[in-house]
Design a binder for this molecule. Sequence first.
Ligand code: ZN
Length: 101
Amino acid sequence: MTFLKTRNKSDKQPQRSCVACRLRGNKDDFIRLVIDSNGDAVVDVAKKLPGRGAYICPNLECLKRSQKGRLAGALKSTIKNADLWDKLEAVIIERSNAVER
Ligand SMILES: [Zn+2]
């Protein structure tokens, strides 16, 4: 069963970096955003949507920074749907509430 050996290597989380502050970390530490088939930016909560993705730290500071064109740059698209920011903010707040006990 030699194929089991290679599995251990992939246990290491893929590294991603935040579009706003460039902090690197595990994929799961970030919120993923993608451009969907309509050309709208969406929050990919399950991290399963296809397409070009960008990652952002789950904090409002990075949200604000990414609003200044950084997210659009990372996604190589313009953010046409302004409601993305509201959704993203809601996800961030929800996440930080879940972490704080
Ligand atoms: Zn960040």
